[in-house]
Design a binder for this molecule. Structure first.
Ligand code: SF4
Ligand code: SF4
Length: 367
């Protein structure tokens, strides 16, 4: 059974699409809500430790940890339907917003090579996963509930049909799992939820408290880490020395994002941490040479060279016309790009800018 690792001096919570609810100097309880989500399907953010808020900007809230109280737990046992899903989001689970779910697929396949978080959750925290899965079933009321696992996983969740699927990347990503399970590309009324979201929902149901920890792969194993724990502190405690020019990658090698600084905290989407020594060459804004490698390898059958060229020059509407929304961010175009263009970064930029523009027009979006 994994034990939880906690930050020593400060906890830093990343704000992605969240609005802060606290200002500097404010004392917070452990579990107090400190930021509210501004996009559907995204959970709110809570203080993972008691303390005093020492920094707030649009991207982060940092808390100096002190002894203090924890918020009172809630009882959610009798709740169901959209009300339960909304409450789970308020308590910090990233529960997708979906009007009708006929088929609920729980994706228990670790998405990228080298990540072991979901496999470890299945082995160590089946009780919490069961509580989370029960809550999601009560919330979405699907006709079918399916657990997608890789070969070799013996554990399952009671009451669920189990499908053993290929774990060869990118078959582990949600859109391809949905296709493998249903036999249909982009099936209607089918929702795929990652196992960490089920775990977070289960923690809420089990403790009555907001989500304050997650399972993260560090090195060759996965362990529970308190949200907000600085990524540099985790690696340093593991004996790593972080030098100038090194990058700390949050997530896998194909889809991960470099931490802005060693002080950046683990968040709910952090499935893995790794240190990349002074990467050279770093991806640069090199020109596309038209080799076609990205097109050949795109599992979504898109033209990543066109999408990223439009994004590079701020032509986001044209990127949208090239179906950038259908990209499921596998990162293979960037991996195979011989010009080393930052493909995934351009794609994420285009999606973010399109979502921002739609939000300004009052359209509901979920990037
Ligand atoms: S990240 Fe690149 S290769 Fe992967 S689906 Fe998107 S466009 Fe295609
Ligand atoms: S792989 Fe890179 S260089 Fe080749 S076509 Fe795609 S974007 Fe251009």
């Amino acid at each position: 059974m994994s034990t939880r690792e906690t930050p020593s001096g400060t906890a830093e919570m990343n704000l992605t699409r969240h609005c802060p609810l606290v200002s500097c100097g404010r004392e917070v309880k452990r579990g107090e809500r400190i930021a509210t989500a501004s996009a559907p399907g995204l959970g709110d953010i809570h203080a993972p430790c008691a303390g005093t808020v020492e920094h707030v900007d649009p991207y982060r809230i940092r808390i100096a940890i002190e002894d203090g109280e924890t918020v009172s737990p809630e009882v959610l046992d009798g709740q169901s339907g959209p009300g339960l899903l909304a409450r789970l989001r308020e308590l910090g689970a990233d529960v997708p917003a979906c009007d009708q779910v006929d088929t609920l697929i729980i994706n228990a396949m670790d998405e990228e090579p080298g990540i072991r978080s979901r496999r470890t959750l299945m082995a160590d925290r089946l009780d919490i996963l069961q509580a989370g899965a029960d809550a999601l079933v009560r919330g979405y009321v699907p006709v079918d509930t399916i657990l997608a696992v890789p070969g070799g996983v013996r554990e399952s969740l009671p009451g669920m049909e189990v499908k053993v699927l290929s774990d060869q990347y990118p078959q582990t990503l949600d859109p391809l799992v949905a296709k493998a399970v249903t036999g249909i590309e982009m099936p209607d009324n089918t929702l795929v939820v990652g196992l960490e979201t089920v775990f977070h929902a289960g923690l809420i149901m089990d403790t009555g408290l907001p989500v304050m920890e997650t399972m993260v792969t560090v090195g060759n194993s996965a362990r529970l880490i308190t949200l907000g724990t600085p990524v540099g502190e985790i690696l340093t405690n593991d004996g790593e020395t972080i030098r100038d020019g090194d990058r700390i990658v949050m997530g896998g090698v194909l889809r991960g994002i470099a931490a802005a600084s060693p002080g950046q905290g683990v968040d709910r989407s952090t499935t893995a941490l790794s240190l990349v020594r002074n990467p050279a060459p770093v991806a640069v804004d090199a020109a596309c040479v038209g080799c076609g490698e990205c097109v050949r390898h795109c599992p979504a059958r898109l033209d990543p060279s066109m999408i990223t060229s439009y994004a590079e020059f701020g032509q986001y509407a044209k990127a949208e016309a090239e179906a950038v929304d259908a990209c499921f961010e596998c990162g293979l175009c960037g991996f195979f790009c011989i010009a080393r263009r930052p493909m995934l970064q351009y794609i994420r930029l285009a999606k973010r800018e399109l979502a921002k523009a739609k939000a300004q027009l009052g359209e509901v979006t979920q990037p």
